[in-house]
Design a protein. Sequence first.
Lengths: 324, 259, 840
Amino acid sequence: MLLVFVEHEDGVLVEAAREALTFGRTLAVKMGEDLHAALIGSDDDDLVEAAGEYGAETVHTATRAALTDYSPSAYGSIVAQMVESLGPAAVLACGTSRGNEVMAQVAARLDVPFVANALDITPDDDWQITRVQWGGSLLEDVSLEAEVPLVTCGLHAVVSEPGHSQDPDIPDIEEFDIELEDADLVTMVRDRVVQEAGVTLPTAPVVCGGGRGVGSADGFSQLEELAGLLGGRVGCSRAVTNLGWRPHSDQVGQTGTRIAPEIYIASGISGAIQHWVGAMASKHILAINTDAEANMVTKADWAVIGDLHEVIPAIVEEIKARRA
Amino acid sequence: MRILVCVKRVPAPGAKINVSADCQDVDAAHLGFTTSPHEECALEGAVQLVEEHSGEVTVLTLGVGEAEEQLRYAASVGAGHAVLVEADSNAWDPQRTATALTAAIQDLESSDGPFDLMLFGNESADSGGFQVGVRVAHALGRPIVNGIKGIEVSGDGASESLITARREIDGGFEVYELPRPCALGVMEGLNLPRYPTMKGRLASKKLEITTVEAAAGAGGQERVKLYRPPETVSNTVVLGTGADAAPAVVDVLEELGVL
Amino acid sequence: MSEFPNTAKVVVIGAGIVGNCLVGHLARLGWTDIVLVEKGPLPNPGGSTGHASNFIFPVDHNKEMALLGEQSANQFRGFDLSVDSGGIEVARSEERMEELRRRMTSAKAWGIEAHMLTPAGVQELVPFINPEVIMGGFYCPTVSVVDSLETGTVMRKEAIETAGCQVFANTEVLDLTTDDAVGPNGRRKITGVITDKGTIETEHVVIACGVWSNRIANMADTYIPLVPTVHQMADVGPMDILAETNNEIGYPIIRDMDTFCYERQSSGSMEVGSYGHRPILHHPDEIPSNEEAALSPTEMPFTPDDFDDQMETAIELIEMLGEAEIKYAINGLLSITPDGMPCLGELPDVENLWSAAAIWVKEGPGMAQVVAEWMTYGYPRVIDAHGADIARFYDEEKSDAHIWARAEESFIKTYGIVHPAEQWGDRRHLVESPYRSRQEVLDAEFFQARVWERPQWYNSNADLVERYGLAERGVEWDNRWWSPITTGEHLNMRENCGVVDLSAFQIYELEGPGAVEFADYLAVNKVDVAVGRSIYTPWLNHDGGFHSDLTMMRMAEDKVRVVTGVFDGGRDDFWVRKHMPNDGSVTFTNITKSVTTLGLWGPNAPAVLGQLTDQDLSQAGSGYGSIIDVEVAGVPCQLFRISYVGDTGWEIYTAWENGPALWDALFEAGREHGLRATGGGVYGSSGRLEKGYRLMGAELESEYNPVEAGLARPKVKAADFIGKEAYLAAREAGAEVQCVTLTVEDQTDSAGQQRHMMGGNEPILTLEGERIVDSHGRVSRVTSAGYGPSVGKHLLMGYLPNELAFAGTDLQVMYMNELFPVKVVGPGSAFDADDSRLKS
């Protein structure tokens, strides 16, 4: 049995969890194993169904009254207990902040190896895994010697797709009997603060990014206006946050936010790898740059060659004109 | 407060990273080295906490002898003690690294007392294993939360005060409250790290660095090779030059349905 | 973007400050069909221009560097991309104070406003410096800070707009193509540039690739001898006092010369740059690509250990730097050449391949203009640029070993105090003279002339100091690289005779049916003389200025020998090959290393030589200017009756391997006649100065013509020669200035010490202390200087306007910021004006 830890938020499986199930489904077939899911903190039917829709034959749920929110220690402890009592052949999770954290917790508890952000797995005796390094700038092939391999799959390693390896029915639900210590609850979320209403950088359908070429903090007002018109958000490069022109929360990149909008409009951004890693999941890219040979331009679907401070106001005017 | 910050020496590459001929490491022939960005913020966070609540910052790294450069850098921005856990290579697997760090920290704590707070980078810029901090904290019996972009010590900073940590999520943040001693895996964005002053740099040269030998057996993950992914070639369509391109741009936006 | 072209008139490689200014200047000079390729992105392709500190201190002791620096500063000003921030060089030692006084002298020569400041005076301009650690400062208000990137962009755009220049960024040159060398001139011709975007067939290629230049030159199997060298720079800040100026630079730049550091405001921060660290050199292949580099290719990772000492001393001078944050620090690369001068001009091996390299931002636009003019007119017009001519290098100077060793040795001289006669420590005796072992026995003090070694004096002659009652000079600086022995050798030569090693003479032979005709085409004076006769003649450029000044000998009906000085050997070799007919009618052979020369001069010279040969040595048998074949002590030689020192005698030519035997025979025969080994201090300085003989590179430059230099003959030959038209015009117009000798009437300075000018461009001033400048802007300055032992005075040479150029005119010369009275001797000699000794 291949166990996939599935992450959920606000009652739905996160996209990365669907990717993890899709990834796991292929892997389970290669291994000749069943695909099970580990669902912690909820046994909501919709979540179970969703896991089933992506191929989980059995969903192991774990809930406790005291476990009212996410706690890395508790989640790690629960998955570790599942490993010990269910005896999966391997455990997968998605390579999100939580997915990697929970797997690290499991690995620490069981003192076994854990491989983060895999893109491809060949499940031989020793697993041969291709994983992400340098945020995706490099790939690393590793050989994993482990009784129970623990692996997260890298974001967007596969495109999520519903599907079943066997029976298209609703999966079996197995309620897992857990033991939690007080210490496991120490790390539980105490509070949540909603900082901004509306669209956020990771989920925005349009991101208007600006780099050093914007020239100043004030220069971003034109990008704000365009993003506003398109229901999008402003992003920026690391150079810009280092210059103090924008807050770090706007940073798109390896050490900032990874975005996946319908279109990323990158203005005055040269396209250093640090930034590209955060932007490469965008479905389409439009680059605006004075340099026709800038990395960002050569990697984009569309480009406008010119000064962003002339091009963007013209686009804004054009949009307003068409809407009028 | 006694705060420990664990940092990693990593190459500072440009837009293209070359791999050594044996495919085992980054070719750093013309690269400088730096502290992994998350850890640079961890260090800054630690220095700010002791500036506010008094105490001292110890910086520790596991790596080859040259990693002294990063320890001195840490000292130049405010770390008071530095420990090099000397290893024979930069490519220790995360399990092995964690075991060696745990042993080194246990030694430090047994001679100088426990650390109130240990800070790790959420993940290293190069190998990105996402686990060393969690493993070390677990082995030392410290609670740890990753993904932290805000740290506050409540009250007057006395030993019973809690550490409040914020973790950014989509559209806001989660708040954690941890008793001391504890550990955090922090991320860039926690702060904007200061640069060393010239005096700080000069003073850091005088800092005595404690060197201990790293000892731990290899874990189960072994590098086979490192390489660059195949380059994606995009046939960029140039929509035009300057402001004249605006109608073509808006056509594209219309097509994509984002207008 | 326009289609990548497959042909062009000229391809300029590199779009830094130099390449951009070059296409701009080419466009101004009427060039079209220009293509500019650059491997990096624009506007900052990642070369040294992108990280330059962009300031110009216009005062330099070297004329080319000073005038082109000033020229460049004015071009930057012309684009309004320059701010006169002012700059102060501060001294922490008495030796440096003296150097600052020397700089005051150079400032006066070039007409640049400058003031000496007390420590308090420095503090008044720069309130945050600590006056306690300095002794004074040299303030130049026209020190400027420029925007080199924007200037480059403006010049590039000008070329695009006015000449249709096509620009291709992110285009890497992979190879250069040439044709095969055909014909006796041995030169290949550039044919094309292969890039990753396509191949361009072209007539001209210019390498303006900064630190990568040698790599590109190597693609055409030739060399631009420079090495990428680290200059460390840290940007520290912010500091309130700087931020409050609300502009890029509000305070003068400080050059803390004795710590090899500068502090230059950049908005709220200070850029601290250093030339004080160990030399850190890189091979061009070690420079990362734009993609690989963390910052830019030429901003290499900072090595802080190398900077710490500079930091400490910087804090001594400016305490607030200690608390400022190091925001950005780099090991910036710049180009260093073996002799500290740029590499300009056409590459001798490859026709129409041009070098515009080893140029810093401070002289970028001016040097670009030099190269553009060179390409257009065959010679630069804005200034004489022989010191920067790429053709000056000998093969021994092109190896990595040499370039690296010289760069290592010279790096610290960037802010160092460099004596005009300072000798290199490493890379000596690159060419072994046949007499070296004999000269070592005589404890010769060798001075290096490019790759050749010449004894400047012989310590074995120390007894002459006592014989003639001589003394060391009282001021250490004036005495450095000098010895009273050289005066002793001079006086002995005038009294007895001396032998001078002239092995460094550069000797070529032109042979073939067209040899004499071609030789005449090169020379102002008539070469087509009787076999066995010689001429002394200028070679001019097309504008009529001096290219060279040398002797030519009619060795046979169809053979002409050319003998020139070591400093011009490379340039003259190239000049011949560049202009010679390549149809086989003339062959060119450089016989420098197969023929050696000894000079024998003095009243006893005929007596010495007479013991060794049966030849009639009177003016009848060996007349002035004749060259005859004789055996000297059984050694086959050629006797050339000539003198550059004012006493009768010969240049004796013989085969390299016969040199030692000739030397031994002369010394044996000379024992009874007071013969002494005599050094270059007599030959190149005191002997020639007493006679007022002009020296190429000193009095003779392309900015002057033979009429002004006093070298015009009464008649002009019928045959055509290079520069003839301009020469005729100059004769017609008459001289506005004349080359003269002056005597220093009192060498005593304000401290009561005797001072000795060195010929380092010391300004010649009116009695009112005003500079003397002619209508072409040429300033009267000391071109050569040295003591004239037989005249008993310190002698100077220089150009003066006609109205001042007559005997007895009283003027002043500035030296070390003090004025000394001088008197004009006139265009002739200060010693033996009627040449009676010479022709005896």
